[in-house]
Design a protein around this ligand. Structure first.
Ligand code: TXA
Ligand code: MG
Length: 332
């Protein structure tokens, strides 16, 4: 059911859950300091209690009521907030343990979407909001995706148009001695290092190495970064070139092809694959990110046997986050 911004404020005040647009992906929002409301978020998503939520607020002053803002956090916030960056910082007692999965840190973000910001301002209270998808599935970037993902169990939804960024926020841990990216996003390692004036580490979730975290961390350093995540229902194969796709000789009649740029589509046509979906004209990572999840969710609805995705971007800059999501989606 689609609702207005004011309806959303009413639902939220009562402790109910609504789906809200953000500039990254749609979020499943509830009052962050209300334990009952947060319980409802975990239940709707079927999310494990060990995976903490991001708390959204409307100003740096309000964020200071929830966590300890150190100098690096202030720099990052002044440059990138409101925007697609979540900062993991030592939490204050007011934040319930259920939100942080028992960790002594909390992830905080000021979203840029005007509807989300307006709702936060009208409420005057912080909102916990994970992406509005059932656990491990693809995140929604349009209001109509909520219905496709949750069916009859869909929460009331505010339609704020297509998400401009299209991938979840960069999660940057500033609670330890070294700034560490726990989840890559469209705000890149290079941009963060430039802003902070220090090196920024990248958590490798494939190795067992732990970043510098506060001692009392209870759950994994980046509990949300499972190997399988962001997955469409349709099995997905990932290739970095046409050659790799051809060598696999794996294409069936009911399959679909998705490519990161038109150049690849043209080449495919030349070798007998006339139909494919292009994520961008010229390989621009920002356009690819914006279109990716909508393409996966919409192809899922079309009874496709398998998806073959050819992504030619490298594992650096803004393409890093795209590759990270694609690799997890392809592991399902
Ligand atoms: O763009 C976004 O971040 C969206 C929009 C709605 O804001 N939200 C989102 O939330 O993607 P979610 O719950 O799907 O992902 C939150 C990520 C997870 O990987 C989680 O493990 C991590 O942030 N996280 C949250 N709190 C943390 C903490 N205290 N320490 C380490 N990681 C944390
Ligand atoms: Mg998520």
């Amino acid at each position: 059911m689609l609702i207005t911004l004011d309806d959303a404020v009413t639902h939220l005040r009562k402790g109910d859950i609504v789906a809200l647009p953000s500039e990254t992906v749609y979020g499943l929002a509830g009052l962050a300091l209300n334990v009952e409301a947060v319980h409802k978020i975990f239940a709707i998503k079927e999310r494990p209690a060990t995976n903490p939520l991001i708390v959204h607020t409307s100003s740096l002053e309000k964020a200071e009521n929830l966590c300890e803002i150190n100098n690096l956090a202030k720099k990052a916030a002044e440059t990138f907030w409101p925007g697609p960056l979540s900062l993991v910082l030592p939490k204050k007692d007011v934040v319930p343990d259920i939100v942080t999965a028992g960790n002594n840190t909390v992830a905080i973000r000021i979203p840029k979407h005007p509807v989300f910001l307006e709702i936060l301002k009208k409420l005057g209270k912080p909102l916990a909001a994970p992406s509005a998808n059932p656990s491990n599935r693809t995140s929604p970037t349009k209001a109509k995706h909520i219905k496709e993902l949750f069916g009859k169990a869909s929460p009331p939804t505010v339609d704020g148009g297509q998400a401009k960024v299209g991938l979840e926020s960069t999660v940057l841990d500033l609670s330890g001695s070294k700034p560490t990216i726990l989840r890559p996003g469209m705000i890149t390692r290079e941009e963060l290092a430039n802003c902070l004036g220090v090196d920024v580490e990248l958590l490798s979730t494939t190795k067992s190495s732990k970043p510098c975290m506060q001692e009392k961390q209870l759950s994994a350093p980046s509990p949300g970064m499972h190997q399988v995540h962001y997955a469409p229902k349709t099995p997905m194969k990932l290739y970095n070139s046409i050659r790799e796709f051809r060598d696999a000789q794996n294409f069936g009649a009911g399959d679909a092809i998705i490519v990161s740029e038109e150049k690849i589509a043209l080449e495919l046509r030349g070798i007998g694959f006339p139909k494919c979906t292009c994520l961008s004209v010229d390989g621009c990572p920002y356009t690819i990110a914006q279109n990716l999840y909508a393409t996966l969710i919409e192809l899922d609805a079309h009874k496709t046997d398998r998806m073959h995705l050819i992504f030619s971007g490298e594992n650096k800059g803004a393409s890093r986050a795209i590759l990270d999501r694609l690799q997890r989606a392809a592991k399902a």
